[in-house]
Design a protein around this ligand. Structure first.
Ligand code: ADP
Ligand code: MG
Length: 730
């Protein structure tokens, strides 16, 4: 029995864990967070009011108030068993980072007490010289600072050995450059708020003081038995399988999607939910996804800023809890070739401080005009900045997904549904078009449309689909930090809201409000028509049509990222104050570099696996065949064994075939080594181009030959867990 087969035995005989009787969620939801309720119990009314004022209007609290909050937070955390605290932040590499400091402070000889001051709560200084800064942080000012983000509650992170108070923070350089993904998101929300308020004022909604973006990210993932994982260097080092023949049964029958959830998985999901609820993450749905062993969690939507933190936390919880169940949670966008990859649908909308969703078609025609004005602003933003949206989701992992036939293509387009399409077309044509009474009331005279939100249909192939009360950006990668795509969405839509508001204001000089708004809706809808597509986004016809329309369709990551370097795009970020040119260029440099690093690691892992696992297995089997052939041949001569010539040739042919397959694998791997060597002298975009155009196809080629070999080698010689096992036996 080979290692792989022994592991199979272990998996089959694994007993299911015992699940505790679930507790009532409302009894412990958010118990690990220092939320407003926890704060209320521990700080003075005056300080709490100042804190709320800070959140609502951005007026900072005093040093004294910060001290009081810090003390309360510390007492709360210490009661929960925390010894350390950490500023928890999101560096540009996408993971989260934390540097732990103890609460203890020396009190004379041999005595300590727990202390935490306002200044330590507000500002931290991680030893940050090794976080990527893309050139922003030059050596003479190597320090980066973390600063408390009061809008996201502090929380307790738990491991078996201890608990830590984590303080959500932003990460900036000495000169205030954003070194993380969080600060730009906060800035973009402010910009969006200002723009939306400007527009709402025109609709006489003067009471609105703040507008926020909202987000509900649907998180897809795979689960895999840990025993398989340990035998796959590619999964350990790169998060995806670099080789592996497809299983004869994949997702063709679509029986996973509709099937019941396996008990082992359900136990896992149960525990993830409990951990998420403790952190105040409102996980609401959980289900099987299309591919075997693929699943999804989706929370109830929250303010983007909180949703982004919660998604990062949820991903950490998902990985941590998996290990407790002897499972591994794979968040890579494409862990297995030939079946669906994983995405993260970012559902996005805007809401005012009165609790109104601004993308909710309203009850009155007047509300509907406001809704349509915002809707066309979104259309304009996506149309003018499709390249930025594409760039916001560009990564080595997502590159496998975009354009493959289960995922949205790399072409960005908007789906609106039949009714909204009809309404916009009617308005655009000055109501000359015939429309059904159901959709439009009195469009000819009062010209005010009626929108029925329940009527919105679904298109699950669209990149940016309107789904009734929100847009769904479906191209985001499963492992991605959603802060960045949200930042881009907020920024470009803020820009368009400003534009729409300015145009309406201009029209108002000569028209009444309804007429002014309708003419702007008509104009913006008309100018941005090309971004709308209602058909099947996976079809080859759409690729052709999109090309005719001149819509960008960029497959390569580095080429997509280049959108952050164009004059026009830098301007939009600078004009709004979301990111400076330096900050944007830094991101571009880091992400191109990351692409190169990921591919270098993948290529080296592949080479090592081929040389040390695949080829040796091939030789073993080849030796067995050779020995066998020799024996048979000897017997034929010695005892006159009567073998058909064709049968004998078949034996020879099989040995030759295996030998040739080994040769192809080896030959191409030697080319890979040469190519990696050549690429050593390259960097940045140039290297990424070579990697995309030459390295990736070569890796695919090696994979093909290795997978061919896997399919003929005797099972007992193949130690790498196979697709048919990883995806079906758990
Ligand atoms: P789907 O049918 O697309 O799978 P789900 O109901 O599973 O839809 O998920 C939709 C996600 O969209 C949920 O996380 C939900 O909370 C979120 N969502 C709903 N309304 C809004 C909104 N106004 N803003 C942002 N996200 C929203
Ligand atoms: Mg869903």
């Amino acid at each position: 029995m080979c290692v792989r087969q022994k592991v199979m035995d272990k998996i089959e005989s694994r007993p299911l864990g015992k699940v505790e009787k679930p507790k009532k969620v409302s009894g412990y939801f958010g118990s690990h967070t220092f939320n407003i309720r926890a704060m209320q119990k521990r700080v003075s009314k005056k300080t709490l009011a100042a804190f709320r004022h800070w959140l609502a209007e951005g007026i900072t609290i005093s040093v004294h108030e910060a001290d009081e909050i810090a003390g309360a937070m510390k007492d709360w955390a210490v009661e929960k068993g925390a010894v350390y605290y950490a500023h928890w932040f999101q560096p540009m590499t996408g993971l989260t980072a934390e540097k732990h400091d103890s609460f203890i402070s020396l009190q004379g000889a041999g005595q300590v007490t727990e202390k935490f001051s306002g200044s330590r709560l507000i500002l931290g200084e991680p030893d940050a010289s090794s976080f990527p800064s893309g050139g922003i942080r030059s050596t003479f000012e190597a320090r980066g600072y973390t600063a408390w983000d009061p809008s996201s509650p502090a929380f307790i992170s738990e491991t078996q050995l201890g608990r830590t108070l984590c303080i959500p923070s932003i990460f900036v350089s000495y000169h205030g450059y954003a070194l993380d993904k969080k600060l730009p998101l906060l800035r973009s929300d402010e910009v969006l708020s200002k723009a939306a308020i400007k527009l709402l004022k025109l609709f006489n909604r003067k009471e609105v003081k703040k507008v926020v973006s909202t987000c509900g990210p649907e998180q897809e993932y795979f689960l895999l038995d840990h025993n398989y994982y340990k035998l796959r260097p590619d999964l350990i080092l790169t998060g995806r399988t670099l080789i592996g023949a497809s299983s004869p049964k994949g997702q063709q029958l679509e029986d996973q999607y509709f099937g019941s959830i396996k008990e082992r998985v359900l136990n896992y999901m149960e525990e993830v939910s409990v951990e998420a609820y403790k952190m105040g993450i409102p996980v609401a749905t959980r289900h099987n996804e299309v591919a075997p062993h693929q699943f999804e969690f989706a929370p109830i939507f929250e303010e983007s800023n909180i949703a982004a933190d919660h998604n990062q936390l949820l991903m950490e919880i998902m990985k941590k809890v998996a290990l407790r169940h002897d499972l591994v949670c794979l968040l890579h966008e494409k862990p297995f070739a030939g079946i669906n990859g994983s995405g993260k649908h970012v559902n996005w909308s805007i809401a005012d401080d009165q609790g109104n969703n601004l993308l909710n078609p309203g009850q009155t025609p007047q509300d509907n005009l406001q809704f349509l004005a915002i809707l066309v602003a979104v259309l304009r933003a996506v149309n003018r900045h499709a390249d930025l949206l594409r760039a916001s989701i560009a990564s080595a992992g997502n590159e496998h997904r975009l354009g493959a036939n289960e995922a949205p293509p790399a072409i960005v387009s908007v789906f609106l549904g039949e009714q909204l399409t009809n309404i916009l077309d009617t308005i655009e044509n000055g109501a000359k078009h015939k429309v059904s009474k159901k959709d439009i009331i009195d469009l000819g005279v009062g010209r005010l449309p009626k929108v029925n939100k329940d009527a919105t249909d679904r298109n699950r192939t669209s990149t940016f689909a309107f789904t009734g009360t929100k847009f769904e950006f479906r191209a985001v990668g499963s492992s991605q930090n959603i802060s960045w795509p949200l930042t881009v969405i907020n920024t470009i839509i803020a820009d368009s809201l400003n534009y729409v508001a300015a145009e309406i204001a201009r029209e108002l000089k000569s028209k009444d409000l309804d007429s002014a708004v309708i003419s702007v809706i008509a104009m913006v809808a008309k100018e941005n028509k090309q971004i709308r597509f209602e058909g099947n986004n996976y079809s080859p016809e759409w690729v052709r049509e999109a090309a005719e329309r001149g819509l960008p369709n960029v497959a390569a990551t580095a080429e997509a990222l280049a959108a952050f370097t164009t004059r026009e795009n830098i301007e939009i970020f600078e004009k709004q104050g979301v990111l400076s040119q330096d900050e944007l260029m830094a991101r571009y440099n880091i992400w191109v570099e990351m692409y190169n690093i990921v591919l270098t690691i993948e290529a080296n892992t592949l080479r090592e696996m081929v040389d040390s696992i695949v080829v040796p297995a091939g030789f073993e089997y080849q030796g067995q065949l050779a020995e066998n052939l020799e024996r048979i041949s000897r017997l034929r001569d010695k005892i006159g064994l009567n073998i058909d010539d064709k049968a004998f040739d078949d034996l020879k042919g099989h040995l030759a075939d295996v030998t040739n397959k080994i040769y192809y694998v080896r030959k191409n791997t030697q080319s890979l080594v040469k190519l990696l060597d050549k690429a050593k002298s390259l960097e940045g975009k140039e290297k990424a181009e070579v990697y995309f155009n030459e390295l990736k196809p070569l890796m695919e080629h090696i994979r093909k030959h290795s997978d061919d070999l896997e399919c003929v080698i005797a099972d007992e010689h193949w130690d790498l867990p196979k697709y048919r096992e990883m995806l079906f036996v758990m």
